[in-house]
Structure formats: structure tokens, C-alpha cells
Design a protein around this ligand. Structure first.
Ligand code: 26W
Length: 822
């Protein structure tokens, strides 16, 4: 039914072919006689791009014309993955393209694979932003994303002799999905000094003078909604040397070489995505990136608002800005600066506008991830902003002092400025003070924010400023696109694809849990998806894995808190057990494939050590004839969005095993369950809500609870530490050089045995192993396993980002969709 809403279509495959050939022969200046798969990809992309542009232009005109409130999603990361398949499915013309490509001798699946992932993000936070864009467009919200156009996305990972190597990801050549807007530029200032002067009314005003100017150039990426007329915009800023007076001076002074060097310096601002996930390093270039992007975006938003000629107090009725973590916190300070210094508003009036405009989403409680910038660094780079930060802090502390007199401890705890050497600016505190809502990303996480990290602010502002919006994923990419077979089966049972835009309709599947034919098809599809992954593994690693084995998957950034080390120790334990078995005992073993994937931050040695251990264990296990097919260990190189689309539908069980209280939400847990996989997990992040929705009997939970973590850590340090006996056997094997030189892994074992086991690997090991035993037993009962799989999918309706976006729209942004009537 939604087809009637879709964009001007290729009526049929012939029309698609005509467009394809036209683009290949003219736009690409290539001959059809030597059209390879890559040319077929480019031609198809251009044909679909044409369809997007038309609706994109109309959407922008419509949004300007109706002039209702817009959402601006500020994120330093957008982990988009590939665009073509998404465009085909959202525009709704994939069948015409498939048939047309077939006529020319291509398979659409192969053509789609030619596309380079747009990998402008590290992990969960960046992918969440991409899912949000999809849902905002699908739900017809007038919404823009703002980010940076990195020349290099997240590095490509190569595994060489079991070690991670990083290779730059230069991805921009021939990218058909971006539109340079050379006419849309903003001059961004750095360094310089603040001049105070008296304005006409005699009041002290401030102007920021001198310094350097770097130009921000807009690049726009169309974001099509699924089956709607809305195509929203993602605007990415690229840095360029300013062509202004400042540079001409240097050129004219004959200092050509250093003037060119300055140009290159300007261009490095948007050159590279910082590959740290959950670690703040305080690098000046990162602060430059943040300000560059915030200032360009704010200028753009304010420029758009000013065209409406409304009064400033209407700004928050027209504009909602959401901060994706603290990375864009300077936007708060920048808006206050614009309103004060450029527009001449009074402080209170300006600040009132600012706080009504912003919302802040926190994604992590890990202390090492909380952004702090040194005062001297900020003083040098952004002198006027530092002044404003001090003013915000002064007024805030005065108001706290009034309400809680004599509580000096409280004042120093909540001060934006940490009194360390050097002094540091706490960005999260600016984000809280400058926003009207602060949210966490799953219930436990949001509760922890209120009871630990931001406790004092709850006391000051009351509980209403703090809220929870549990994450989700877009079912278009993570069910329909990643798992076309399952999506088709569900559509057949439910009488159409409406579930893709109302995921709660999945609950109708429960009626078919006992339907024999349906169950068979369900099982068959899982096998097909496992085969697809097995082929991929064969092609990329050379290892043959048996699709009848239990596929056990952990794919995500490598981090001690996510505990891939717990998983690989568990694998070693399994390996040792199998080796100790008689032939008779081996017959009862459920064959397993343990699949790992994920990148370590380049400077995170412990994470790299974990990758090394996984690969060494794989080397030993995979060629051990005692084990054969009973256990295989696979490390999938360069895990990314497009690989996740193959991996998620193929898992029987996936691992979400972070130390309780450390994972904000997790979102791959949702992707796996939505594709009929079960979970082994801790009571952490959104695992808790997943359990509530699908039922405790459909998930394998283990381990200590968040409320006990503090006590256990304390005991490790002040009591005596006793290594779990089964883990001790694993360590003995490692130390006996079973997986190569034990010295390579001594830091890892020592972090547990000697340095307090901060992530409670030993405490949770027994429970983890026991629970894996239960997984094996459950997997033997194919029928009961299938019922769990189907029931879980049926109950996953809550985890669509459509629900998430509607919650943000209602409770934080106060925006309405802009629905078009025919
Ligand atoms: C400043 C360094 C830095 C870089 C990235 C700090 C923090 C980050 C991100 C917040 C890390 C991240 O991706 N967090 C993840 O966000 C997801 C979306 O909400 C959650 O599902 C994950 O639990 C959380 O780890």
C-alpha cells in the first residue's frame, strides 16, 4: 500500500536499465562493453540517487514552507555503512533493479557489495545515530543530522600473525551519496583574544578578535525514509583553508611555503575520525574538530532561523538540538556566545533560550570516557568560550549556594571547573546545566546516572531533568535488509510488510509458534543464513565451519569492560575439557563455532592483547585433530556494519557479557534477537529490558549484579583474592605456552590475578561456564530452541528506533511529524 507514496519510480526494469546505461555511458564515461561489477554499482547508485534527489528537494522545500519545529542531531559519528541497498529498499524499487541488473548479467547482491562502507564512527554511538536518521525520516520528522566529513573513517583492521594492524580508510573517491555545497561555507575562528568595549548603551560588550580562520564547507547526504515522501538531510562539514584576507597577507608577504603549510593544517581538522571508543585523550586537534563542527552547525541553524524573521524567544519553538554524548557540548557555549556577542541579548534571556533548546544524551558511565579539557588549552584555542564557561559556572554555583548554603563540598563537586593541575573543564557538567533534559540509553544506565555520576545534579535540579530513553535499532536495515528471507517469511504470515514500520505487529507471530510448516521454514532460514556466513568465513579466513554447529558470536569493539577475555578464557576451558574426553564422551558434545570480531583502539594494549590471544587460540584449536569439528574459533577481520549484516542473522547465540553496570545499553543484542538468535548475557544495559520483553526463559543470564560490583572490587583489593579454580586451569594452560609465548599474555592474566580483577572476570567465570553448559543442553532440543527463537522475535517490537524517536520527539524535543497528503 505504501508504494503509492513512493518517489517517481522506474515503472519497470526497462526504465531502470535505460537509466543505468545512460549513467554508465555518460556520467561515468564508460562503455557498456567493459562494464564490470563496480561500474554496475556506480550506475545503479546514480540511478537511485536521481530518485532520492527529487524527493530530497521537495522535502526541504516543504519543511521550509511549513516552517515548523526542526530537530538537529549533533553527532561526531555517523556509522552509516552502505547506502545503495538501503536506498533501493526505502525507495521501493529493488525488484526493478534486480531484474534489470540480471538482464545485464549481474546479481544485485554482488553489485551491492561493491560499495565501500561509510564508516564515520567507532561503534554503538555512531551506529545509533545512523539508525536515528533512518527512523526520523521514516516517521516524517523534519530533522537534520550534523557531523564531520572525515577523509579517513575508522581504520581498517588487518590481522597479521595474530596481531591487529591498522590501515587508513580512505573512502571518499567516487562517493555518489554526497553533494558538495561549495556555496555553503562558514568561517570558523580559533585562537586570538577577547576585546572588551562599551557598546552604544554603555554596557560592557565582548568581541573575539584576531586568531586564525578556517573555512567549513557543507557536504550533504540524502537520508530517505522507508516508504515515505520524506528525504532528510545529513550535513557533514569539511575543513578548508580560508581564502580570506588573513591568508593573503602571508602569501603577499612572500611567505609562500608557510602559507601553503597553513592551508594543509586547516585541512587536517576534518581529516580523521578519532578511533578511541570510551577513552578521552585530551588532544588539541580533537577539541578543534569539536568546535569547528559545533560552530559551523550553529551558524547554519541560526542562519536558517533568522530567515523566518521571528523574535529570539521563539528560537526554542523552532529548534531542538540533541547532543550525542558530550562531544558537541561546545554548541551550548557557542549559542550563548552568538546570542550575547553577535545578537546583543541579555545574559538571562540568552541562557533561557539555550537551555530550552538543548537536550543531552549520555552513553557511558566509564570514568575514563568522560570528557575534560584543560583550561590552558581552552584559554588558548577558544578564549571567549572559556570566559562564557566561567560565567555559566559562576551563576550556576551562586544559585546552588543559595539553595544549599554552607555546602562547600557540594559546590566543589558540581563545579564545571575541576580544581586540579592543570584545571579542567568538565564537559558533562556544561551539558547538564545547559540542557532541559538529560537521558541515559537503557533503564539501568539511566538509574546509575541518577544515583552515581550525576547524583548531585538530581539533588539540585530535581529528578525531572533526568530521564531514560532505551535504545533501539532500525528494523529496515537490521531485519529487512540484513535478513531478506526472514523478512519475507514474516511478511507472508502477517499479510504484508507493515511490521517494518510498526514493529509491535511482530507479536502476531506468536500465534504460529506451534505451526509445523512455519517452524520448518524458520529453521531453514536460520540454516541458510548460517551457510551464507560459513561461505563468507571460508572465503575470508580459509576455514571451513559446519553450519550444523552452534554458532556463538561476539562482535563489538574490543574492550576489557565488554569482556572478550571472559569469552576466550571460556573457549580455552571448553577446549581443555574436550581434550580430556573419551571418544564416547565426545559424542555428546554439541559442536561449536566461536566467532569473534571487533577493533581495538590503536593505543589500547590490553585490547590488542585480547585480539592476539583469540587468534593464537584459534591457531591451536582449529588444527587440533583431537577436537575436529567439535570446536572452531574464528576471528573475523575488520568487523564493520556491512559484515554485521551477514553476521547477525547467522547466530544461534550471541554474547553480551559486560561487567554488570558498565554497558550503557548495547544495541547489537537487539539486532541478534530480532534475527532469531538467543543471548547469553549479564544483567547489564538493555539486556535487562530485552529479558523483560521476551521472558526470562528465553535468555541465558549469568553473573554478578551491578549492585554487588563495588563490594566485590573492594574485596579484591582489601581482602584476599582467590582465582576461580576453573579459570586457574585455563591460566595454567596459557602459562604452559599452549598458545605461544606466555609472556605475550602476561599482562592479561596479571590484570586478573595480580591487579584486582577490576572487571570481575574471575568472579563471573564459574557462572559463565555453567550457563554455557545450559546453552549446549538447550541447543540439543531443537524444537524447544526454535520456540524460544520465534517467541523472542515476536516480542521484540519495543526495540525499534521508531519507538525511540517518538519518545524523544514527545518527551524531549516537542516536535511533530510533517506528513504529506497526496
Ligand atoms: C571521548 C572518547 C569517547 C568516544 C566514544 C567516549 C565515548 C564514546 C562513546 C560514548 C562510546 C559508545 O559508543 N558508547 C555506546 O553507545 C551505545 C549507544 O547508546 C550504547 O549502546 C553502548 O552501550 C555504549 O557503549
Amino acid at each position: 500500500a505504501w508504494r503509492k507514496y513512493s518517489v517517481s519510480e522506474f515503472g519497470n526494469k526497462e526504465e531502470f536499465e535505460k537509466e543505468l546505461v545512460r549513467h554508465i555511458e555518460t556520467t561515468l564515461a564508460r562503455s557498456m562493453y567493459n562494464c564490470d561489477e563496480h561500474a554496475a554499482y556506480s550506475g545503479t547508485a546514480l540511478a537511485f540517487r536521481d530518485r532520492l534527489i527529487i524527493e530530497w528537494n521537495k522535502t526541504q522545500q516543504r519543511q521550509t514552507f511549513t516552517d515548523q519545529k526542526r530537530v538537529y542531531y549533533l553527532s561526531l559519528e555517523f556509522l552509516m555503512g552502505r547506502a545503495l541497498d538501503n536506498a533501493m529498499l526505502n525507495v521501493g524499487m529493488k525488484d526493478a533493479a534486480r531484474d534489470g541488473l540480471h538482464d545485464l548479467g549481474f546479481r544485485v547482491e554482488d553489485v551491492v557489495e561493491q560499495e565501500h562502507d561509510a564508516a564515520l564512527g567507532n561503534g554503538g554511538l555512531g551506529r545509533l545515530a545512523a539508525c536515528f536518521l533512518d527512523s526520523m525520516a521514516t516517521l516524517n520528522y523534519p530533522a537534520w543530522g550534523y557531523g564531520l566529513r572525515y577523509r579517513y573513517g575508522i581504520f581498517k583492521q588487518e590481522i597479521v600473525n595474530g596481531y591487529q594492524m591498522e590501515v587508513p580508510d580512505y573512502w571518499l573517491d567516487n562517493n555518489p551519496w554526497e553533494f558538495p555545497r561549495h556555496e555553503i561555507t562558514v568561517d570558523i575562528q580559533f585562537y586570538g583574544r577577547v576585546k572588551n568595549y562599551q557598546d552604544e548603551t554603555g554596557k560592557i560588550a565582548h568581541s573575539w578578535e584576531d586568531g586564525e580562520i578556517v573555512q567549513a564547507v557543507a557536504y550533504d547526504v540524502p537520508i530517505p525514509g522507508y516508504g515515505t515522501k520524506t528525504t532528510n538531510n545529513l550535513r557533514l562539514w569539511s575543513s578548508k583553508a580560508s581564502s580570506g584576507e588573513f591568508d593573503f597577507q602571508k602569501f603577499n608577504a612572500g611567505d609562500y611555503e608557510s602559507a601553503v603549510a597553513d592551508q594543509q593544517t586547516a585541512e587536517t581538522i576534518s581529516a580523521v575520525l578519532y578511533p578511541n571508543d570510551n577513552l578521552e585523550r585530551g588532544k588539541e586537534l580533537r577539541l578543534k574538530q569539536q568546535y569547528f563542527w559545533c560552530a559551523a552547525s550553529l551558524f547554519d541553524i541560526v542562519r536558517r532561523f533568522k530567515k523566518t524573521r521571528r523574535a529570539w524567544n521563539e528560537f526554542p519553538d523552532q529548534v531542538a538540538i540533541q547532543l550525542n554524548d558530550t562531544h558537541p557540548t561546545l554548541a551550548i557555549v557557542e549559542l550563548q556566545r552568538i546570542l550575547l556577542d553577535k545578537e546583543g541579548l541579555e545574559w538571562d534571556e540568552a541562557w533561557n533560550i539555550v537551555t530550552k533548546t538543548f537536550g543531552y544524551t549520555n552513553h557511558t558511565v566509564l570514568p575514563e570516557a568522560l570528557e575534560k579539557w584543560s583550561v590552558p588549552l581552552m584559554q588558548n584555542l577558544l578564549p571567549r568560550h572559556l570566559q562564557i564557561i566561567y560565567d555559566i559556572n559562576l551563576l550556576f554555583l551562586q544559585s546552588v549556594e543559595k539553595r544549599f548554603p554552607q555546602d562547600r563540598e557540594l559546590l566543589s563537586r558540581v563545579s564545571i571547573i575541576e580544581e586540579s593541575h592543570p584545571k579542567m573543564v568538565r564537559m558533562a557538567y556544561i551539558a547538564i546545566i545547559g540542557s532541559h533534559k538529560v537521558n541515559g540509553v537503557a533503564e539501568l544506565h539511566s538509574d546509575l546516572l541518577k544515583t552515581t555520576l550525576f547524583k548531585d545534579f538530581v539533588k539540585i535540579y530535581g529528578p525531572d531533568r533526568f530521564t531514560n530513553v532505551t535504545n533501539g535499532v532500525t528494523p529496515r536495515r537490521w531485519l529487512h535488509q540484513a535478513n531478506p528471507l526472514l523478512s519475507a517469511l514474516i511478511a507472508e504470515k502477517l499479510g504484508g510488510h507493515e511490521f517494518l514500520t510498526d514493529l509491535t505487529l511482530l507479536d502476531k507471530l506468536e500465534a504460529f509458534v506451534d505451526d509445523k510448516d512455519f517452524r520448518d521454514e524458520w529453521a531453514h532460514i536460520k540454516t541458510m543464513n548460517k551457510l551464507r556466513l560459513a561461505k563468507f568465513i571460508k572465503r575470508t579466513t580459509g576455514h571451513a565451519v559446519d553450519p550444523n554447529s552452534l554458532f556463538d558470536v561476539q562482535v563489538k569493539r574490543i574492550h576489557e569492560y565488554k569482556r572478550q577475555q571472559l569469552n576466550i578464557f571460556g573457549v580455552i576451558h571448553r577446549y581443555l575439557s574436550i581434550k580430556a574426553m573419551s571418544a564416547e564422551e565426545k559424542k555428546k558434545v554439541v559442536p561449536r563455532v566461536s566467532i569473534f570480531g571487533g577493533k581495538a583502539a590503536p593505543g589500547y594494549w590490553m585490547a590488542k592483547t585480547i585480539i592476539h590471544l583469540i587468534n593464537k587460540v584459534a591457531d591451536v584449536v582449529n588444527k587440533d585433530p583431537d577436537v575436529g569439528n567439535l570446536l572452531k574459533v574464528i576471528f573475523i577481520e575488520d568487523y564493520n556494519v556491512s559484515k554485521a549484516e551477514i553476521i547477525c542473522p547467522a547466530s544461534d547465540i550471541s554474547e553480551h557479557i559486560s561487567t554488570a553496570g558498565t554497558e550503557g545499553s548495547g544495541t547489537s543484542n537487539m539486532k541478534f534477537v530480532m534475527n532469531g538468535g538467543l543471548i547469553i548475557g549479564t544483567c547489564d544495559g538493555a539486556n535487562i529490558e530485552i529479558t523483560r520483553e521476551i521472558g526470562e526463559s528465553n535468555i541465558f543470564l549469568f553473573g554478578n549484579l551491578a549492585e554487588d560490583v563495588e563490594e566485590l572490587r573492594h574485596r579484591h583489593f582489601y581482602g584476599s583474592f582467590k582465582l576461580d579454580p576453573q579459570l586457574e586451569k585455563v591460566f595454567t594452560a596459557i602459562k604452559g605456552n599452549m598458545f605461544g609465548d606466555a609472556a605475550d599474555f602476561s599482562a592479561l592474566t596479571a590484570s586478573i590475578e595480580e591487579h584486582g580483577d577490576y572487571y570481575l572476570v574471575s568472579d563471573d567465570f564459574n557462572s559463565y561456564i555453567t550457563t554455557h553448559g545450559m546453552v549446549d543442553e538447550a541447543f540439543k532440543n531443537k524444537e524447544a530452541w526454535l520456540a524460544k527463537s520465534i517467541t523472542s522475535v515476536a516480542r521484540m517490537g519495543f526495540f525499534s528506533t521508531d519507538r525511540v524517536i517518538n519518545e524523544y520527539a514527545d518527551s524531549i524535543w516537542n516536535v511533530e511529524p510533517l506528513v504529506v497528503k497526496d
